[in-house]
Design a protein around this ligand. Structure first.
Ligand code: ZN
Length: 456
């Protein structure tokens, strides 16, 4: 390890935390767009603040439409070949669980609390101090570095579309908005809807799932003209592990299923309340459309086998989640989320879906299509990231494939490097989001070492 880098970063701990505190104090949740604030006032305020700091530090600064701020350092005008991409926007901090003010940085026993400290203001500040360190120490470089601060990662990364209108990304980009060691493969994704005509004398309505990218933990149905004993018996025989409750009103029953939510990229950890409810209803009634839905999305299946999609490789298994259903007299509309590994393709998955849905006489359309994102593990850049990681962390570096998409999903050659470590739950997007001060300093050292390694 370069002792000078270590000493520089650790001697700036106070400044680093102070800047993080100032950024945390700006509640940069997406707001109402206006002419010069494409994602609302507060994300813009965070951007303008980092612009001021970067200027003061002596970097060459470019502000793209108050959406993205670039800070360049390229001694002697060397071409920029490394980009570090972080974001300054945050998700809201509602929720009663916070024990500190989410928009005021708090430190207790070496742990920093506040909205954005791990996602992604802390890593952004670490990257900035890494660059300052390289500059102040005069580490000789052959190519330049660009820090790219975005403000719309949490709501669709429209900021990067604005950036692309003005500029290209450097050859090598990493984002400290995922986890260590290196995420080099992000599965492809299809989100879709299917629909069918529906009418039934016993099934008045079914409603399940709030978002398309999660295993639904709640679903309900209104049933009619089903004997109470039959309903209770079917529930007592149910082995899904999903909890059912019933409320009676005249001849109608409201049946509510409570399962366990999980992100659509890791559905194995969930219990799908919607598919469990459909299975229960199918044991009491005999509706072709509903039986058809169960045939394609049986309870407990997360690998898309019944749609003919099951496949897996080194980047993991295909996952398929039936996440929403709105069914009433007249129509049934379902939504699902598929993440597929690199052993198949977008067109192949789509074709199989089309075939499976048409065999069941369902309409089908995709609402989102996304190819997998892959950066070869043996690329020079990835190997350098892994070697720096091993040197500084003292742990084996390796590549990871994930089902979710990171900030670099649509950037050619981009990978995620940090900032979550191991199995730690940093409460990202939750109450009491935290990072330790030590981790933040280590991030800054790692990033400075990467700059030195990649650019000299
Ligand atoms: Zn993030």
């Amino acid at each position: 390890m370069n002792a000078k880098i270590h000493d520089f970063i650790y001697s700036h701990e106070g400044e680093l935390k102070k800047l993080l505190g100032e950024l945390v104090a700006i509640p940069s949740v997406m707001g109402k767009p206006s002419d010069n604030a494409p994602f609302g006032e507060e994300p813009k305020n965070a951007l303008l603040y980092i612009e001021k700091i970067c200027r003061e530090m002596g970097f060459s600064v470019t502000n793209y439409e108050n959406a993205v701020l670039c800070a360049d350092y390229s001694p002697n005008g060397a071409p920029i070949e490394l980009g570090i991409l972080a974001h300054l926007d945050v998700v809201p901090a509602e929720g009663a669980g916070w024990t500190t003010n989410p928009f005021e940085l708090a430190e207790m026993d070496g742990i920093l609390y506040g909205r954005g400290v791990i996602d992604d203001k802390g890593p952004a500040v670490a990257a900035l101090y890494a660059l300052l360190c390289v500059k102040e120490l005069g580490i000789p470089l052959k190519s330049g570095i660009r820090l790219i601060f975005g403000t719309n990662e949490e709501n669709g990364s429209e900021d990067l579309e604005i950036y692309k209108k003005h500029d290209k990304f450097p050859k090598n980009v990493f984002t400290p908005d995922g986890s260590f060691p290196v995420i080099n493969i992000e599965k492809g994704m299809i989100r879709g809807r299917f629909s069918a005509a529906f009418s039934d004398g016993k099934i008045l309505s079914i409603d399940g799932g709030k978002v398309i990218n999660a295993v639904p933990d709640l679903a309900s149905a209104v049933l009619q003209s089903i004997p109470r004993e039959k309903l209770l018996e079917a529930i007592s025989r149910d082995e899904s592990g999903v909890k059912f409750t019933i409320e009676q009103e005249n001849d109608n029953f409201l049946v509510t299923a409570t399962g366990k939510a999980a992100h659509a990229s890791t559905p194995e950890g969930g219990k799908n309340a919607l598919t469990a409810l459909i299975s229960l209803i199918n044991r009491l009634t005999d509706n072709d459309a509903l039986l058809g839905i169960e045939k394609l999305f049986p309870f407990g299946e997360t690998d898309g086998n019944s749609l003919g999609l099951k496949c897996s490789d080194g980047s993991g298994a295909l996952t398929c989640v039936f996440s929403r259903l709105a069914l009433s007299q007249g129509s049934a509309v379902g939504q699902f989320d598929i993440r597929f590994p690199t052993c198949t393709t977008l067109s192949e998955v789509k074709e199989k879906c089309r075939k499976a849905f048409s065999e069941s006489s369902f309409g089908f359309e995709t609402t989102l299509e996304d190819e997998p994102h892959v950066v070869p593990e043996n690329s020079n850049f990835v190997q350098k990231l892994l070697s720096v990681y091993e040197k500084i962390e003292g742990e084996r570096g390796y590549c990871v494939a994930i089902g979710g998409g990171t900030y670099v999903h649509n950037i050619e050659g981009g990978v995620a490097f940090g900032a979550e470590r191991g199995d730690t739950d940093y409460h990202m997007h939750g109450d009491n989001e935290f990072v330790t001060a030590q981790e933040l300093l280590k991030d800054a050292v790692l990033f400075a070492e990467v700059i030195a390694e990649v650019c000299s």
